[in-house]
Design a protein around this ligand. Structure first.
Ligand code: CP
Length: 308
């Protein structure tokens, strides 16, 4: 069973194969209309369940479109519509869904829910985001970086702000793809120490530097993300903004990075909070390429999971 649960749980060779296949499929599509199917139809006859217990624009639409472009069919389900939200166990839901569909993509809160779904499903399960990680996003980000700047191995990536679930998947990727990652943010919002230790053990240079201006020196890529994630209580908003205000990515910070450094944000963004509009809409920003590449990267992940 090939589940795609996290970047650190998938081998570097398999991750590389998916990134490369995503690029081949993107090129093959060229500029054809978005609703037109691919020449290859590897998902023909396959039914995919896309389950969302949290809101989503990119993940929801890109998975749905990707399945259809490859000839498959998808159904988008909300957690509250399923018995999942009314007391049926995750294990029973996994067993039942496995009788109907060929693959389950799940966006949920607690990682344990995802893991229980994967443990009891007899079809592949893809992590569409949990409170802890967001691997599909980082596959798209690696693909985007390499489209613009070539191999990511050995490059310096700087994560600014909250050491959240997206940051965790970036740290996983540093270990698997062999790039350096510097985290700059306030100590209470540091990334998980276990993830840092694991990436370091794989040879990645992971640093924590509190001063953002110092952290971005030599950066090939600067990344920002929302200061209040979907799983964070809104009651923490004011405290988080106070902690993170000094980590906003603006033109002055980007000017301290390597000339030609890229800027990424997984979106949705809060303009003028974690990043200025000048940076988001500036020449170094590749945020909409990132969003597009969710589609291509996830198509490769779907094919890998299904072995087609
Ligand atoms: N970046 C991301 O996962 O976007 P959505 O929450 O809109 O899916």
């Amino acid at each position: 069973m090939k589940h795609f649960l996290d970047i650190n749980k998938t081998s570097p060779a398999e991750l590389r194969q998916m990134i490369d296949q995503a690029g081949v499929m993107k090129t093959a599509r060229g500029n054809r209309p978005k609703g037109m199917m691919d020449d290859d139809q590897p998902l023909a006859g396959h039914m995919v369940a896309l389950i969302f217990e949290k809101p989503s624009t990119r993940t929801r639409v890109s998975f749905d479109v990707g399945v259809r472009q490859m000839g498959g069919q998808s159904m988008v389900l909300s957690g509250t519509d399923l018995q999942l939200g009314h007391g049926e166990t995750i294990a029973d839901t996994a067993r039942v869904l496995s009788r109907y569909v060929d693959l389950i993509m799940l966006r949920t809160f607690e990682e344990d829910v995802l893991l229980e779904m994967a443990d009891h499903a007899s079809v592949p399960v893809i992590n569409g985001l949990t409170n802890r990680t967001h691997p599909c996003q980082i596959m798209a980000d690696v693909m985007t970086f390499e489209e613009h700047r070539g191999p990511i191995k050995g490059k310096k990536i700087v994560w600014t702000g909250d050491g959240n679930n997206v940051c965790s998947s970036f740290i996983h990727a540093a270990g698997q793809f062999g790039f350096d990652l510097t985290f700059t943010g306030p100590e209470p919002l540091d990334p998980e120490p276990g993830f840092i230790a694991e990436a370091r053990a794989k040879g990645a240079n992971i640093e924590i530097i509190r001063d953002p201006a110092q952290a971005v020196e030599g950066a090939d890529l600067v990344v920002a993300d929302t200061w209040v994630s979907m799983h964070d209580s809104q009651s923490t908003k004011e405290r988080r903004h106070n902690q993170l205000r000094g980590y906003q990515v603006d033109d002055a910070l980007m000017a301290r990075a390597r000339p030609g450094a890229l800027f990424m944000h997984c979106l949705p963004a809060h303009r003028e909070d974690e990043v200025t509009s000048a940076v988001m809409d500036g020449s170094q920003s590749v945020i909409f390429d990132e969003a597009e590449n969710r589609l291509h990267a996830q198509k490769a992940i779907l094919r890998w999971c299904l072995g087609v």
